[in-house]
Ligand binder design. Structure first.
Ligand code: SF4
Length: 469
């Protein structure tokens, strides 16, 4: 019998979590670790490992094939390009401190698509081989260019069999024409609500009048378009975050059950304005307390609430194939499945790559809509965008669930070869998987209730807390 390589990590309770490269896990103790390391596994050990898919008798047998299938389905494989983020303008009617790298004042000329750019973008879209397309309009404030949004949508409807449009708007000043656009059946709206209205005012609107205008537009959007067509994301300043309960209740009151907590993006001018070294520990503490508060809230709430990224990570632990999130996958091949087209027609693999380039750190552009795509720089990054063989990640039991974010590494450290455990990415994900496993193995009925809801099952099965004693 051959055992697939096992990685392990001590947990606070003194036992050890073991996981193989396909993501199957169990807990055991130091005695088992010694037997495993010294190749002195007992018959009982071998029987456990074989029955649970951690070992095989001979290459090609059922256990081997099952492992290979689980391993392969944890790898991201980019499909055809069917998701395009468009930035028709950098102009914006708000000036959020952490967003200034990607916006200019509302009346500043020279930061919009002109007719030539629009034509080139439509030609680019027309050259795609996909039959379905998702277009996300970002900015700046994209509703300032409703004319462009309308033309892109009309073009897509006549070019693709299935279309979905997302307008990322600050919902600050919305014209009646824009409301009509939002109401179209293939259009959804994504906005920002920084936790609660007080925090939103402090970080974004900066005045009561503007906060009231935003609040009124948000209520109108939810009422007129419906909660399934409106999503909101909070950007959290880890140094001065809103109270967790206040965020949860604000979102729940609005009928929004999924909260995607995001720390202020390190990239862009936010780095100068806010302490860039907002350590992962500060964020992790806030996030952990937030999850604990969600568990408390869900215990008695009529409608449960989730933290989107935590639940995504939980699902990556429990199941393979959850490779849709661009920030958490391996290999994290960029520049194929989706791209960003900036206000000047330049193409980027991700929005973060656009910001890194605009700051002058590295040029991560991949050509433009006029002369075509050039992936030469991006291919160099892609060749390193794999955690399976990374010299640090190969020792980590969380590797199958985790991912790679080389653009983030480049932005923070100017290099992609930092020892992983020094990186913000690794520290945040080590915390989050520690938290998930502490909850998977928890006996607390409140925790088990939330975990069942978040995992999408009626009851959180105790068999998920696997042990080999
Ligand atoms: S980045 Fe860190 S948490 Fe993620 S697999 Fe690598 S070592 Fe583990």
């Amino acid at each position: 019998m051959t055992v697939f390589p096992l990685r392990f990590r001590p947990s606070p309770s003194g036992d050890l979590l073991f996981a193989d490269e396909a993501g199957s896990y169990f807990k055991s103790d130091h005695d088992f670790l010694t037997r495993y390391a010294l190749d002195r596994l007992t018959d009982r050990d071998q029987d456990y490992l074989l029955r649970n898919g951690h070992a095989f008798e001979e290459a090609g047998d059922l256990a081997y094939a099952g492992f290979e299938h689980r391993f392969a389905s944890r790898l991201y494989s980019p499909g055809e390009l069917d998701y395009v983020i468009l930035v028709p303008t950098l102009r914006c009617n708000l000036a959020c401190g952490y967003c200034q790298v990607s916006r200019v004042n509302e009346n500043t000329p020279g930061f919009d698509w002109d007719d030539r750019t629009l034509d080139a973008v439509l030609r680019f879209l027309g050259g795609l081989t996909t039959r379905k397309i998702k277009i996300e309009f970002q900015g700046g404030e994209p509703s300032l260019r409703l004319d462009v949004l309308t033309k892109v949508r009309e073009f897509c409807l006549t070019t693709f069999e299935s279309c979905e449009f997302v307008v990322c708007t600050n919902l600050q000043e919305i014209s009646e024409d824009a409301w009509q656009f939002f109401q179209l059946p293939d259009v959804v709206v994504s906005t920002s609500l920084d936790g609660d209205m007080l925090t939103h005012e402090r970080q974004r609107t900066l005045s009561c009048d503007k906060t009231r205008a935003f609040e009124s537009n948000l209520h109108r959007a939810l009422k007129q378009l419906g909660t399934d067509k409106v999503s909101a994301l909070p950007t959290i300043n880890p140094h001065r975050p809103p109270l967790a309960r206040s965020v949860i209740e604000t979102y729940a009151f609005l009928g929004m059950r999924s909260i995607y907590l995001r720390p202020i993006n390190f990239q862009g001018f936010a780095r100068k304005k806010y302490d860039a070294a907002a350590s992962a520990a500060t964020w992790n503490k806030y996030h952990s307390d937030f999850i604990d508060d969600l568990v408390e809230y869900n215990w008695t709430a009529d409608y449960a609430v989730e933290e989107y990224y935590f639940v995504h990570c939980l699902r990556r632990v429990l199941r393979s194939g959850h490779n849709g999130h661009v920030d958490l996958r391996s290999p994290n091949i960029v520049g194929y499945g989706y791209v960003v087209i900036d206000y000047d027609g330049k193409v980027y693999p991700t929005d973060e790559a656009r910001m890194v380039t605009r700051l002058g750190q590295f040029d991560l552009s991949m050509g433009d809509v006029f002369d075509g795509i050039d992936r030469s720089t991006i291919e160099t990054l892609n060749s390193e965008a794999l955690n399976n063989y990374h010299p640090d990640c190969v020792h980590c039991p969380y590797q199958p669930y985790c991912g790679v974010d080389l653009v983030d590494d480049l932005s923070r450290y100017g290099r992609i070869d930092m020892p992983k455990h020094f990186t913000d990415f690794c520290q945040r994900h080590t915390y989050i998987f520690d938290k998930i496993f502490s909850m998977i193995y928890s006996d607390d009925p409140k925790v088990r209730k939330s975990m069942a809801i978040w995992a999408g099952v009626h009851q959180f099965d105790r068999a998920l807390a696997r042990w080999h004693r």
